[in-house]
Design a protein around this ligand. Structure first.
Ligand SMILES: Cc1ncc(COP(=O)(O)O)c(C=O)c1O
Length: 384
């Protein structure tokens, strides 16, 4: 069967088309006024002092690790129930990762108690991931970071528009990193943003994003500078004007998109709760405001996940897994052998992500719920 309900879908229209055409007509493609405007509006949106648009969130995380001063011999505590970029960014610097377990099936975020257990004299930073846009326990985590003098980096890839106690996720720690990959709440294809309230970090990020150069092409174009020096070993992690223009158009749509995601999430929660199939739905009592980036559910243990996902696919419904835990990937298990994270592993084995995007109709949601109901009943009857 053709795909009837995809996992995610872009909320793109004439606004994005016009945005791209305007950049093409401007004949200025990289790091110009559109990027500056995107950074200003994003900084305002999350109430951060500085925002740096970059080529993707992986690069934002790498810049964050560099600005945190990470180097060989240092350790960083991070979750394993995340996309591999969260921890790859640490390894790029020569530092090592220590994985901390999650809270449990009702909250898939990193556990503050488990963070404490992983702290050693080498620990320099914490990377926390707001899974699905649901806030980590930031008060407790901030307190740990302060007590142990650790840099706090928020992987807010899922969390544009999410907040806790009225404070935007991504602005609780020293740095927050957002993703604008195609399937994210704010999508530009590739793209990301690093935000910080710290001037010293902002200065480093500004340099390291663009080869450690003291001036940028735009400065020279505008006659503000004629040459440049290179004062640090930086990277080319710049974004371009086309994607910044897409970002600006998408930023306008983000609050309404997140609100629609919340409505769909509530419909799923209600439908799954009423059915009573033994499916667990995480984050039911999550504090703060989520961005509802994805809808994770945990299958009953006796249901074979692969068969379930195949049956869903036969009904035209795309599903996914968030995440195969990082410490189980070959590269990581060879580099960090013998890691045991019981809660992460148990959740990761049962998790299935359902379609969720603002363009989903109520009918689509009911179609997915009905399919889940009949597939689980069929599988339970047949003992699959
Ligand atoms: C939790 C998390 N962190 C980091 C990333 C990396 O983002 P990007 O693809 O923009 O590099 C992703 C992307 O999927 C993610 O989900």
């Amino acid at each position: 069967m053709d795909i009837r309900v995809p996992l995610s879908g872009l909320d793109y229209g004439p606004e994005e088309e016009d945005a791209v055409i305007n950049v093409v007509r401007s004949r200025w493609l990289t790091m110009g006024s559109v990027t500056q405007e995107f950074e200003n509006q994003f900084a305002h949106f999350v109430s951060a002092k500085h925002a740096f648009a970059v080529s993707n969130c992986t690069d934002a995380l790498h810049l964050a690790c560099l600005a945190a001063g990470l180097k060989t011999g240092d350790e960083v505590i991070a979750p394993a129930l995340t996309f591999v970029a969260s921890t790859n960014s640490v390894l790029y610097t020569g530092a090592e990762v220590r994985f901390a377990d999650i809270i449990g099936p009702s909250n898939l975020n990193i556990s503050p108690e488990e963070i404490e257990k992983q702290i050693t004299p080498r620990t320099k930073a914490l990377i926390v991931v707001h899974y699905g846009g649901f806030p980590c326990q930031m008060n407790e985590i901030l307190e740990i970071a302060k007590r142990h003098n650790l840099m706090l980096i928020e992987d807010a890839a899922h969390a544009p528009g999410a907040s806790l106690q009225g404070r935007a996720l991504g602005t609780w720690g020293d740095m927050g990193c957002f993703s604008f990959f195609s399937n994210k709440n704010l999508a530009t294809g590739e793209g990301g943003m690093l935000v910080t309230n710290r001037d010293d970090i902002a200065e480093q990020v500004r340099l390291l994003r663009s080869h450690g150069m003291t001036t940028l092409t735009m400065d020279r174009h505008l006659g503000h500078a004629y040459t440049y020096d290179v004062i640090a070993l930086g990277h080319n992690y710049r974004i371009d004007e086309i994607r910044s223009a897409l970002g600006l158009a998408q930023l306008q749509k983000l609050p309404a998109g997140n609100a629609r995601r919340q409505v769909i999430t509530e419909m799923y929660r209600k439908g799954l709760n009423q059915a009573g199939y033994g499916i667990d739905v995480p984050f039911l009592d999550s504090p703060g405001q989520s961005s509802y980036h994805i809808f994770p559910m945990l299958l009953p243990e006796e249901i074979n996940r692969q068969n379930f996902m195949q049956e869903m696919r036969k009904s035209g419904i795309q599903t996914s897994i968030h995440y195969p835990p990082v410490h189980h990937f070959s590269y990581y298990s060879q580099r960090f052998p013998g890691i045991s994270l019981p809660k992460t592993e148990s959740v990761a084995a049962r998790e299935v992500t359902l379609p969720l995007f603002p363009g989903m109709s109520d009918e689509d949601v009911h179609y997915v719920l009905t399919a889940i109901h009949s597939i689980i009943s069929m599988m339970k009857n047949k003992g699959l």
